[in-house]
Design a protein. Structure first.
Length: 61
């Protein structure tokens, strides 16, 4: 299944030292789809539960 990356909230993509991009698919899925694929539903929290953690850019360190 494809994910609409335009619906992913800002700051949720992660870049790694390998040639890969990590995108959390569960942010654009319906809860039912996440449950069907064996997602960790018990750890889910609404976005309002906590503020996102902002890491400094490499240029800022």
């Amino acid at each position: 299944e494809m994910v609409d990356v335009e619906k992913v909230k800002n700051g949720f993509f992660t870049w790694t030292p390998t040639p890969a991009t990590i995108c959390p698919l569960e942010y654009t899925m319906r809860r039912e789809e996440f449950e069907e694929m064996g997602g960790h539903v018990q750890t889910m929290q609404p976005f309002s539960a906590s503020e996102p953690i902002r890491l400094p850019n490499r240029d800022e360190t």
